[in-house]
Design a binder for this molecule. Structure first.
Ligand SMILES: *[C@@H]1O[C@H](CO)[C@@H](O)[C@H](O)[C@H]1NC(C)=O
Length: 255
């Protein structure tokens, strides 16, 4: 919850030209418009939780000790106090639990603009790979618009009082070019779409929401983005992801 509030404050303080909190009519309280995922279908997915087991963000397994997420998700958290749960699609049961022992934010992460919104969580114990727990390859392709992609998450609509879905949801959506993305936002939000971001757009009622941040954007079985921010939620404006290709060297220097 505090994460959500901090995130909202950061967004609101930089995006006054845009009504960042839009109407929530039609929002049903999850990664909106997605379908439930079966165990093993999104085997790179990690749930990042507090030590009291409250899910706050998604992440992607990129090696047996590292989960990739957004910097906004883990900024300000104690290095050894993130619980990384892998190998389950349900929040209330299953999976293997690992606790973080380090968190590395991108050195150029900007907590106001959310530029370079990428971080690595290092687990104290190695994740055992199974059919349900697998690392995802990091793409080096610079994607343009019009590409079919998938995003997964346990995200909810906290402000609207929606329940978090217990079962992981997955949405198939489409990338748009950065030019188009900028054109669909006003002023300050448009300026935040740097070359290091990639946007998706689908119809209103579909898209990412609170708790989906940090989750991986996937094309062809490879990781191409990290959920960074959205205008809450699923209101027919683009969802914004950190672009993996822009950070490939930084990521691979750790994993
Ligand atoms: C731990 O984090 C620091 C900076 O936050 C980084 O310099 C160091 O390489 C990290 N170590 C591991 C094992 O991830």
């Amino acid at each position: 919850m505090s994460r959500v509030i901090i995130f909202l404050l950061a967004v609101i303080s930089t995006a006054t030209a845009t009504p960042i909190v839009a109407s929530r009519s039609g929002v049903d309280g999850r990664l909106l418009g997605g379908v439930a995922v079966n165990l093993g279908q999104v085997s790179h997915m990690a749930s990042l939780r507090s030590l009291t087991d409250v899910h706050f963000c998604g992440g992607s397994i990129v090696s047996n000790r590292y989960v990739l997420t957004s910097a906004t998700c883990v900024s300000g958290r104690a290095l050894n106090q993130v619980r990384v749960v892998v190998g389950t699609v349900t929040l209330n049961t299953g999976g293997a639990i690992h606790v973080s022992s380090n968190i590395t934010l991108h050195p150029l992460y900007d907590r106001i603009t959310l530029d370079n919104d990428v971080a690595l969580v290092y687990t104290a114990t190695a994740m055992a790979f199974t059919v349900n727990v697998q690392p995802i390859p990091i793409s080096s392709t610079i994607f343009a618009g019009g590409v079919s992609v998938q995003i997964s998450g346990w995200g909810t609509n906290t402000q609207g009082g929606g329940q978090a879905p217990n079962n992981l949801q997955r949405l198939t959506t489409t990338t748009i070019s950065n030019d188009e993305c900028r054109g669909r936002f006003h002023s300050l939000n448009a300026d935040r779409i740097t070359d290091r971001k990639i946007c998706t757009l689908t119809r209103s009622t579909e898209g990412t929401c609170y708790g989906d941040e940090g989750g991986g954007l996937v094309s062809g079985g490879q990781l191409i983005g990290i959920a960074s921010w959205q205008v809450p939620c699923a209101t027919g404006v683009p969802d914004v992801f950190e672009r993996i290709a822009a950070h490939r060297l930084w990521i691979t220097s750790f994993i």
